[in-house]
Ligand binder design. Structure first.
Ligand code: SF4
Ligand code: SF4
Length: 259
């Protein structure tokens, strides 16, 4: 299969799908690797062994190679798709894959299901078809710096609260925020602040017990990147840059992500 996408512009489907935008993304994703992977899948099904979706529900739709069908079809039709097709792509490629890459370990050809799912998601982004919850999380991340919309004030209060509790066990414990020159910058999942502050307590306890020279950042503490998960490359880049910029401004030596 030779993967390419035609270069027409301003092409709306009868049901309002911007096919020109879809083709632009298809062109950006197309290449030797994508073409090879889509061509050589022999439908052997060995990848099923590695997938947790298949382990919990061993139906044909949960064989990892099944996630490639919409992308394969998209290139075969050179982007000539409608909303119903894109809804199916969205449901399969967002709804039944965490992009963990385990299946690739079981594939005799080493086909990268996760990068292909990521490419399919990029098409969904171009068509404005990403799941609403994911879109909301990305909007939060861009506005607040974390996907659950925790404000800086709430973050600092939670750190202070957990440090107070920790000091009952470890009187010398510390939780420096925006400390310049520390060795490590810690980041974690926003649910560790919003829903499970006990997790933050445990991180602080661990790093204090290990006498690690660390700091937290008041503006870049989210270890997740929903832009990457969604297949939205510009948003993924912006979110990653925010953490890198904070790490460079604080002059830390390394970044630790905990999830
Ligand atoms: S193991 Fe590899 S070749 Fe076999 S079906 Fe899965 S992706 Fe295709
Ligand atoms: S990358 Fe997706 S399809 Fe492959 S094992 Fe993980 S969840 Fe299953």
């Amino acid at each position: 299969m030779v993967v390419h996408a035609a270069a027409h512009d301003a092409d709306l489907s009868p049901d309002g799908v911007d096919r020109a935008a879809i083709r632009r993304v298809m062109r950006s994703k197309a290449g030797a690797r994508l073409s090879l992977w889509l061509s050589i899948c022999s439908r052997c099904g060995q990848c099923a062994e590695g997938c947790h979706y298949y382990a919990s529900n061993p139906s044909p739709e949960h064989v990892p190679a099944f996630r490639l069908k919409p992308l394969f079809e998209l290139y075969r039709r050179q982007g000539e798709v409608d909303r119903e097709f894109l809804e199916r792509l969205r449901d399969i490629d967002y709804g039944t894959c965490t992009m963990c890459q385990r299946c690739t370990m079981y594939c005799p050809h080493g086909i990268g299901i996760a990068p292909l799912v990521h490419a399919a998601r990029g098409v969904a982004v171009a068509a404005g078809m990403i799941p609403q919850g994911l879109a909301k999380g990305m909007a939060n991340a861009l506005e607040f710096g974390n996907n659950l919309g925790v404000t800086e004030e709430e973050f600092l209060e939670t750190v202070e609260w957990q440090l107070e509790e920790l000091r009952e066990e470890m009187p010398d414990a510390d939780a420096p925020v925006d400390k310049e020159g520390a060795e490590f910058l810690l980041t974690f999942h926003p649910r560790d602040i919003k829903f499970y502050p006990q997790n933050l307590f445990n991180y602080l306890k661990l790093y204090n017990a290990a006498r690690v020279d660390f700091t937290l950042s008041s503006r870049a503490w989210d270890s997740t990147n929903l832009g990457l998960f969604a297949g939205d490359v510009p948003t993924a880049t912006r979110l990653a840059e925010r953490v890198v910029e904070a790490a460079e401004a604080l002059r830390v030596k390394a970044l630790i992500t905990a999830e």
